[in-house]
Structures are given as structure tokens and as C-alpha cells.
Design a protein around this ligand. Sequence first.
Ligand code: ATP
Ligand code: MG
Length: 608
Amino acid sequence: MSRITRLSNLFLRTLREDPADAELPGHKLLVRAGYIRRAAPGVYTWLPLGLKVLRKVEAIVREEMDAIGGQELSFPALLPKEPYDATNRWTEYGPNLFRLQDRKGVDMLLGPTHEEMFTLAVKDMFSSYKELPLTLYQIQTKYRDEARPRAGLLRGREFIMKDSYSFDVDDAGLEAAYQRHREAYIRIFDRLGFDYVVVYADSGAMGGSASEEFLAVSPIGEDTFVRCEESGYAANVEAVVVPQAAPIDASGVPAAHVEDTPDSPTIATLVDQANALHPRSDGRAWTAADTLKNVLIMLTHPDGSTEPLAIGLPGDREVDAKRLEAQVAPAEWRPFEDKDFAAYPMLAKGYIGPKVLGENNADSGGSGIRYLLDPSVAEGSAWVTGADEHGKHVFDLVHGRDFTADGTIQAGEIREGDPSPDGAGTLTLARGIEMGHIFQLGRKYAEALDLKVLDENGKLVTVTMGSYGVGVSRAVAAVAEATHDEIGLCWPRNLAPYDVHVVATGKDEAVFAHAESLSAELVQAGLEVVYDDRPKVSPGVKFKDAELLGVPTIVVVGKGLADGVLEIKDRRTGERREVPVADAVNEVLADVRFEAHAAGANTQHSGD
Ligand code: ATP
Ligand code: MG
């Protein structure tokens, strides 16, 4: 049985001013309403109210993980280096990893995710196929030295994740474990009340194959995803695979010719100059889509070494920073800088063409820079592109005939209206917050750490694994962002820190006495109650605080008590009604239970 929480002694201080370092409205409100407090950039303290919400999210995740047979355990956050060396992640994680040394100078790390530790634990303890399948999970603190810790809990450097791992002897087992997780995640995100999509994801640095993300649809999301109405295809833009354009017959294209295009270092100026000085013979005007743009970037590998890379794509498209990031991971990238150009004098900035690009042309005066093309550049297609000389471009340069590249790269921007990769219609774009990620890892980690079990024939086989994450602390922030209004937080019933916020107003002792006994009755009835019993605080301040805190039901005991009534307010709809004092408890209970029932009916909770 819980007790009444009294605002007179709750460890809470609400703020009227927005915190200076917060960008997003939900984040500002979480700080102002006294749910969290910043300890360092990307590192937050959970105050009592925030911790209650966090625990409710955890409880939902835990119930659904238990329902699919997951067994909870908890690994340390402080970890030894060796396992992460064995999988090369000590190096691959690069600057994102928090590294430290103990007093003996031994390298250690703060875990960013725990594939290695789980793999080793299973290896230590299990040895037979009879002990599999197995699903283990934890809800635990992770550390990543994120480049852009922003938006508070949404991208912390310390954050709470549910991570689970499945262990199976064969691919069919892995597929089944993956599907069970997928269904559990659907139940989790239904219960958290998100508007979410399940999208194909990039498997990125983790290796492995099948992978999907659960994105909360939100304009503030850092991820962009595409959807195709016709086919139902949905993918993170990072994972969209643009099909290779079919070859085109180039037999009618004249030989490539270099032309003067003075002052045309950008695509826009090039198009203008081409139209002014070298109009097309067919009467159509040159457009950016006729030009081939060559973008130079510098990669930094996890070991600190650098490598230049050139990307060729139609001039009407940009390179998409996130798609590129996903393609080059675990390396990081930045645009070419003046000092990089200085190191490659054959690159005429603004006029770079395929002639000086490519891994194998260093001997013939080229740069030797690896050159990758956007898949939309068809073999046989003719382009206007740089002639590697200031003020000159080459026309009718045909891919396959006049130049080749070292391969293709999926880094061009994806645009609204682009054809769906499954050929079934066009794409629309929207933004989302990654809330969960499920992943068929396969045997990568088991191989690196030698996790084998005996199969039915007594033969040693390598175990196949899945890895599955939910951003638990991120979920608190994402719900706050999705549900708040101008005046405060606005929790859904099942995540609110309390069921009811009782406010006593005025100075009348009878009011306080009644509010106290009402709170006690509500607690008796099984509700979680916060009671604003602060004497000498004005009703205006109390109402503002109640609105800021965002408990779904607010009961005001005040002047009306003399007439036998009090007021019940719904924080989310703003609806208020006067009820006879004698009915108050039942009225509140009816509100709470009605919603609890509705929520239960919505989620086909397999534990029920
Ligand atoms: P992101 O692309 O947002 O950085 P990720 O791909 O690195 O996420 P995973 O490694 O798959 O994320 O981690 C599993 C889940 O943990 C994510 O789906 C997300 O909900 C959560 N998460 C990841 N990084 C953070 C972070 N810095 N702060 C809070 N939650 C995070
Ligand atoms: Mg990340």
C-alpha cells in the first residue's frame, strides 16, 4: 500500500524559467517540473517524480520481456577490455567509448552495449543445444560519449537501455526469437502509447543481417524514414537501398568534349554557363540532373587513420549525411577542407571530374582517391562534369565508355516522391525517434568469442544470436515530448507518477482536513496520490504546479467544500466538473479504472 506523497515535504522544486541548456519543450518541462536535473552534458539525475515515471516504463518493458520467456539479469557497467578487443569493438567504437584505467593501469570501459558480456556468460555456463533457446535481458545503464548529446534524455551520454540477447543453435531458432521480440516490442510500444512505425534498419557497425527499428513518429526525431503507401514498405533512410539504374544505350552519344565554362564552380553556375555557352542541340535546357557532381570527403577510421573518398552523384542531389555516416561506419567522415585539397593538387576545386578519381589511377597523374558512384548513375548515361581544370567542364562523358568508378555507394539523399525500392509506388518521408532496435546478429559475436555448444549429434556448433534494445530513459523523454502542452507535462494514465493530484486551497482548516482524508481514502482504494498540502501557497501557484507536473486527474478541495462540492479536472482535456463530496472517491476511481480498462483492452497482453 502506498502512502500519500505530500508536496510540503516532497523533494521537488518547480521552476518558472526554462533551463538555459534545454532545446526541446518536453525536456524543458521535465526540468522545470522537477523530474530530472542535469548533472553534466548528457548526464541526468532522476528526481523522485522522474524516477517514478522511469520505473513505470521499466515495468512495462519487464512484463513484456518476461512474457516471451526472457530472463532478467544485470551486468556491470564497468567492463574489462579483453572481450571488446576480441570483437574489435574496443577500436571500432572510437571516440564514442568511455575508456578508463584502473590503478594498475589496466584498460577498462563503461559498457555502450553488452553483446560481448552476454556471449561470454553463456559460453561459461552452457554447453549443450538442450539448454537453448535462451533469451536473457537486463535494464541497465549504458555509456556512450555521443558526439551530439542533445535534447536531454533523448540522447544521453549515460542512459538506460533494455538490452536482450537470444541464443539459438540454428537460423530457424534465431528467426523465431526475432519474431517473438518483434511482437513483444509491438506490445511495449502500444502500451507506451506511441504513434510508431516499424522500419527496416541499417545493420551498420553491428554486422549481421535482418534488422528493424521502432520509430516514434515525431517532427523532432533525428531519424528520417520513408514509407510507401502502396506496398507498406517502410525504412529508415539509412537503410534504403536505391536499385542500380538499368544500363542505357549510349551509341548515339558523341565523343566527350571539353568546353570552357568560366566561373562555374557550383552546379547552379555550371547549369547557367552550359545553357548560355553550350546549348543542347535538342532544344531542351540543361538542368542540374544532367551534371555529375563529385563530392570529396575525408574518412577517419577508428584507429585514427584517415582516407579520402570521392562520391559521384547527379548534380540535383545532395549527399545525405546520415546515409553516408551509416555507409562508412565505423569510420567517421567530414567534408574535404582546404588542407586536404592542398595535398591533392590534381583536384581542381569546383571542377573535379572522374578522370583524376579512382583507386588505380595514381600512376597516371590521378589522385588515387577511391571513387564511388550513386546507383542512379546508369551505365551508358552521359554527363556534364568537371574537366579537372579551372573554368572547364567535359560534356557527353559516358559512364562505362569514358570513365568507370571503384563501386557504388548508397549515400545520395532520398526525396519525397522517389520510387519505392520495391518498385511498388512512391516514397513519402517523415521523422522519427528511434525507440527500439531488433537485430539478427548471426554468428559474428559467437565466432569472435568462440561460443559453441554440442548439437544432437555431439558435434560442436557455433551459436547464432540476436540483439534487441529499447531506449528506456529515451522513452520517458519521448512520451513527454509527445504529450505535453503549453503549460506543462501531460502524462498518459499508465506512466503518470501519480494517479491523482489533490490540491487544497485557501486557509480554511476544514478544507485541509477534508483534502487529507480524501487523499487517504484514495490511497486506501489503491491509487497513487500526491497531495498539495502546502500551507500559505496561493491557489494560483498550486494550480500552476499541478498543471506543470501533469498528473492526469486533479482534485481541487476549496471554497466549494462549504456547499458540499469539490472539483475534478482532467489535466489532458482541461475538462472540469463539480461533484458532491460524497461521490468524489468513486468519481475519481471511475475515471482511473475506465482508462485502465480501455488500455488493457487495446493491448493484447499475452501475460493476461
Ligand atoms: P541512435 O541511432 O539514436 O544513436 P543507436 O542505433 O545507437 O541509436 P542502439 O545501439 O540500437 O541505438 O541502442 C538501442 C536503443 O537504445 C535505441 O533504439 C535507443 O532507443 C536507445 N539509445 C541509443 N543511444 C541512446 C542515447 N545516447 N541516449 C538514450 N537512448 C539511447
Ligand atoms: Mg547511437
